[in-house]
Design a protein around this ligand. Sequence first.
Ligand code: FAD
Length: 411
Amino acid sequence: MSSTPEVVVVGGGPGGAAAAYWLARRGHHVVLVEKRELPRAKTCGDGLTPRAVHELREMGFDFSVAEFHKCEGLRAVAGDLTIELAWPQHPVYPSWGGVIRRIDLDAQVARLAEAQGVVVRQGTVARPVLGNGRIAAVALIRHGETEMVFPRAVVVADGSLSRFGRALGARRDVRRPFGLGARGYFASPRSGDRYLESYLDLRQGGAALPGYGWIFPLGDGTVNVGVGVISTFHRWKEVNTSALLGVLVTTADPSWGLATGGAIGRPTGGKLPMSFSVGPVVGANWLLVGDAAGAINPFNGEGIAYAYETGRMAAEHLSTALGAGDLTRLQGYRQELDDRYGLYYRVGRAFVRLIGRPGMMPFLTRTGLRSRPLMEWVMRVMANLLDPADRGVGMAAYRLLERLVQVGPEP
Ligand code: FAD
């Protein structure tokens, strides 16, 4: 391998694979470094919304693979109330989503990047070497052997723990919301179900929690079962996601057969940094994408689509900056993140603060689940599937929310 790739991308998850793919498509010489051997598992719900499907489609992902299970919508459950909502029609995004284990998804997208000419270095840890306020070199460490490379720029896509990003000085804004989740796989007779199911009445010690449980069918005899809770609840530090997962398994609709089918392997937990809580997202010759930037949508905990989207945006800005020989242009990426997500994520932060207040989550879910038009609107908002050209009452209501959060204090 040449020791002078133009760009090193750190991390072979959705953010890194997308950044590498789009850079290579623009003709750049890219090395994608992944510390584990692919295919590798990643703690995740494995759920893809239409936004994620759209990005995968743009990269030429083959949805006919056996591992991909297509889903038509979302079923929300709270106590005795249930509502089934199909994914909405949208001019850009498809009206379907899906479920695929991350062990399969990430390996397949890395192959798409490879087909564009990306050199994938697996089982290799990347560490930055700093000099003159920039990344002077990247150390690639494999089996104790270190190789130094000297890229012109680095895309940092090393996930929620982001040791590489932290070595560059990136920090999480602790005032912003944060999520914790846990998931496990279970055998289930309803693995072929075409809806993502979410449980909106998570409770611990009788108190309702901001967050939800899920059962996402994989179509292969198994389902992904998990819980996610957000930090806007005052007793947040006492939340035990493994215990909540245990409760969900015993209380979910018995037709899923979770309690009888049994777990496949041990459940695992993980962090969900959200709302662009990590920064700065741009340095002298580097950019943060995906979870490393805290890009998860605070409304619903979705991070795969935002990792693909930010990876692609970072690639576009980096390509332009490299072409112009002017890396100060990377600041355009920061600006685009602000333009595309700033206000929407601000509304999201206000929403998760609201549902963190005592009694709010049960009140809102029970009100919402009784009204189909209201829930359809909520689903559009939470999955970021509003159509800006829409002149209807739903979009008008959302614009009103935007105005309200702009005049209120920073949520
Ligand atoms: P990652 O997917 O974490 O990839 C980072 C990669 O970098 C890893 O492969 C890691 O091995 C590698 N790496 C780290 N450090 C180095 C290094 N120094 N050198 C080389 N490689 C390195 N999102 C959804 O859209 N749908 C869901 O259903 C969903 N469910 C979730 C459930 C849970 C419990 C959790 C915790 C998260 C969930 N998310 C979900 C969020 C989603 O998993 C993340 O947002 C997404 O994985 C972010 O992608 P990424 O590429 O930024 O990071």
